[in-house]
Structure formats: structure tokens, C-alpha cells
Design a protein around this ligand. Structure first.
Ligand SMILES: Cc1cc2nc3c(=O)[nH]c(=O)nc-3n(C[C@H](O)[C@H](O)[C@H](O)COP(=O)(O)O)c2cc1C
Length: 384
């Protein structure tokens, strides 16, 4: 696909452009993270610290980036990560993002708090892999409805995010008083969920005792769910006709527990550092989880991917596919749907080139790539 020269910018330049274009509180909501944002930074820095060792003379005239994931096949190992309220960045919100991903043969994951409904997104990305993300809330009926609606809309899998027992203190949002969708800037982008008949019914039931309650207050009442445990995940998996992918796993033991209750896959993720500051960098957690899972189910990865090379490093360290987060929002904010296509193009081209340089003809071949942490001035590059 051809793109205008202006779109051939690095992801970092796109982030700068998004900062210029977006209302300040929206940019900081997307870019910022928990606490002093050590984890936001280290996710990217740790990925940056790896180096791939090129291999030569391997006939890479045919490089095949295709992979299978839960729910179907992708042209390349990328899915758009679930990110709430994309109406903040463009009027079409998730519809634009999902369509762009589908046009590239890539997957899309719709956040529970997406600005557009599962039906709208499913239509926009028809024929491609579509996942629906949700949290386990304190209201089991709401959980059931979310699953039921995802299945009815034609989604291929549920992504259950488990890494948010409490909400983080996000200092940029506190400074900007941007903590919810109960404000002028975010109102337009409010989660489609709150307009659903079933949500209104549940809100009405709750309102019985809380006559003035707003949708935001109901959400705050049921989510997050700090009492949530493995039995609740097992319950969700039991009631879901769709495979359930568990997102936000960093400890190998947790990955094994997720498998034990029936997870169809796990996503190694620290939520992009936007919730728990000082969390282990996602790329550092990946090999331990991949080893513990040992091929029983796919292992996906996100948090910090800013280039195809970053993706290649994650794939070499045990991921089966990669979810792309903030860069997609920057593309959407700056150039609309074309910006999302451009970001996905850039990542895909970079991955393909990286595969050729390291002599990997398939994504699976990347597992044999030699990757090293950047050596210090006196470290031997190849130990022994
Ligand atoms: C603005 C924003 C909203 C997000 N919303 C959700 C969400 O609703 N559900 C979820 O599981 N993860 C959510 N995430 C986390 C992403 O799915 C993903 O884990 C994270 O963005 C990866 O980090 P990166 O963007 O730095 O690569 C959100 C992230 C951002 C930046």
C-alpha cells in the first residue's frame, strides 16, 4: 500500500505530532502511566536493549509473516491491543482502527470501554480476527451480557484482562482531572457499553437504591473487582461459548494457573505500564511465561512494541503474536484511518525486513534467531 511521504515518520515522530494535535488531557491519558511512569519507559527501553545477530546467505527471497492465532489466521503477527474510548482520537473511533487492521489482514481487539459497539466493530472488521476484551466485574449479569453480546456480534474470542485489581494513581490524569468519561472532552467518546439496553437495565436495578446514579458511578461500583480470583475466571470461562484469552499475566505460576482453569491463550502484558508502576518490563517476563506454558496454548505479548524489530524480539523470545498499543492511537489521532494503516504498514515492513536480515523465512524461524542484550564495552559478544 502506498502512503503519503508525510506518513513515513517514525512512531516517535507520530507521538510528537499527536501531542501537538490532541487536547492535552487526551494525549496525557493515552501516553501516561501509573506513578512516575518507570514501567512505561522500561517496557520500551528493555526492548531497545536487545540486538539481533544477522545471518547471511540463507535465501530469504520468500519471507512468510503469516501466523495462526486464536480465532483465525493473520497476514502478520500483529493485533491491535484493546484500548478504551478511541472516539477521543477520531470520530470513527474503533470502527476506523478495526477496519484498518482488517484491511491489512491483522487482528483487532475491542476494549470493554470502546466508544463503538461490538456490532459496529464486527461489521468494520468482517472476515478478520476479532477479539472482545472485558474485565470480570462484580456484577455477574454484566459479565454474562458482555460475553453474550460478543458472541452474538460474531467475535472470535474473549480477552479477559486480569491485571487490574485496583485502579492506579495516574498522576497526569489527576493533574488534568481526567479520570472518567463524565467530562466534556470525553463525553462524546463515552463507552458504547453505557448505551446498551442491558446496561441501562442493570443501572436501573442498581438505581433502585441509588436514584441519581450515573453510568460512570455504576461502572465505578462494579469495577475494578479486587476480590476477583481464579474461581471467577473459571466461572467466566465456563459460561463463555467463546475461547477465553487471559491478558495481563507476568508470573509463570499465574500462566500455569490460567491454563489450569481453561485459558485458550495468555497475553504477557503489564498494561503498557499504565496501571502498576515498577512492574517487571513485559519483555523480561516473556521467556519465563513461555517456558512455563511450554506450547500448551499460544502466548501473546504486548507493552512497549514500537517497531517491527521490537516485535521480532518478542517473537524470538517466545511470543506467538504481538499486540500493538499506543502507536495505533497516535496514527489514528494524527492522520485518522490512514494513520492507522501507516503504522501497521511500518511495523509489518520492518518485521519482514528484520526476518530477512536474521535469515528467518517464517515467524516460527525467529525462535532460532540469535538475540543478545546490548553488550557493555568490555563484554564478549558471543560468550564462550
Ligand atoms: C489509552 C489506553 C487505553 C487502554 N485500555 C485498555 C482496556 O480497556 N483494556 C485492556 O485490557 N487494556 C487496555 N490498555 C492496555 C493495552 O491493551 C496494552 O496492554 C498496552 O497499551 C500496551 O502497551 P503499549 O501501548 O505501551 O505498547 C489501554 C492502553 C492505553 C494506552
Amino acid at each position: 500500500m502506498t502512503t503519503e511521504p508525510v506518513l513515513r515518520s517514525t512512531i516517535a515522530a507520530l507521538a510528537d505530532a499527536a501531542r501537538e494535535k490532541l487536547p492535552a488531557e487526551v494525549f496525557h491519558y493515552a501516553a501516561g502511566g501509573a506513578g512516575d511512569e518507570a514501567t512505561v519507559l522500561s517496557n520500551v527501553r528493555k526492548l531497545d536493549a536487545f540486538r539481533l545477530v544477522p545471518r547471511v546467505m540463507r535465501d530469504v527471497s520468500e519471507v512468510d509473516t503469516a501466523v495462526d492465532v486464536v480465532g483465525g489466521s493473520l497476514a502478520a503477527p500483529f493485533l491491535v491491543a484493546p484500548m478504551g474510548m478511541q472516539g477521543l482520537y477520531h470520530e470513527e473511533g474503533e470502527v476506523a482502527t478495526a477496519r484498518a487492521a482488517a484491511e491489512h489482514g491483522l487482528g483487532f481487539c475491542l476494549s470493554m470501554f470502546g466508544s463503538r459497539s461490538p456490532e459496529q466493530v464486527a461489521d468494520a472488521a468482517a472476515s478478520q480476527v476479532r477479539w472482545r476484551q472485558m474485565y470480570i466485574t462484580k456484577d455477574r449479569r454484566l459479565n454474562e451480557e458482555l460475553v453474550r453480546q460478543a458472541e452474538a456480534a460474531g467475535f472470535d474470542a474473549i480477552v479477559c484482562t486480569v491485571d487490574l485489581p485496583v485502579m492506579a494513581e495516574r498522576l497526569r490524569d489527576l493533574d488534568n482531572t481526567f479520570q472518567s468519561f463524565d467530562n466534556e472532552v470525553a463525553a462524546e467518546a463515552s463507552p458504547a457499553l453505557v448505551h446498551e439496553p442491558y446496561f441501562k437495565e442493570l443501572l436501573g436495578l442498581w438505581r433502585g437504591g441509588h436514584a441519581e446514579a450515573t453510568p460512570q458511578q455504576f461502572i465505578d461500583h462494579v469495577f475494578p473487582h479486587p476480590g476477583c480470583g481464579w474461581n471467577d475466571l473459571e466461572d467466566l470461562i465456563g459460561l463463555s461459548p467463546l475461547p477465553v484469552i487471559v491478558k495481563g499475566v507476568l508470573h509463570p505460576h499465574d500462566a500455569v494457573r490460567a491454563l489450569g482453569v481453561g485459558a485458550a491463550a495468555v497475553v504477557v502484558s503489564n498494561h503498557g505500564g499504565s496501571q502498576h508502576d515498577r512492574s517487571i518490563a513485559s519483555i523480561d517476563a516473556l521467556p519465563g511465561v513461555a517456558e512455563a506454558v511450554d506450547g500448551a496454548v499460544p502466548v501473546y505479548f504486548d507493552s512497549g512494541v514500537r517497531s517491527g524489530t521490537h516485535a521480532a524480539i518478542a517473537l524470538a523470545r517466545g511470543a506467538d503474536s504481538v499486540l500493538v498499543g499506543r502507536p495505533v492511537l497516535w496514527g489514528l489521532a494524527v492522520h485518522g484511518p490512514q494513520g492507522v494503516r501507516s503504522v501497521l504498514d511500518t511495523l509489518g515492513n520492518d518485521l519482514r525486513n528484520t526476518m530477512a536480515f536474521v535469515g528467518a523465512r517464517t515467524v516460527r524461524d525467529l525462535r532460532n534467531a540469535t538475540i543478545l542484550t546490548e553488550p557493555g564495552p568490555h563484554d564478549p559478544v558471543f560468550p564462550g
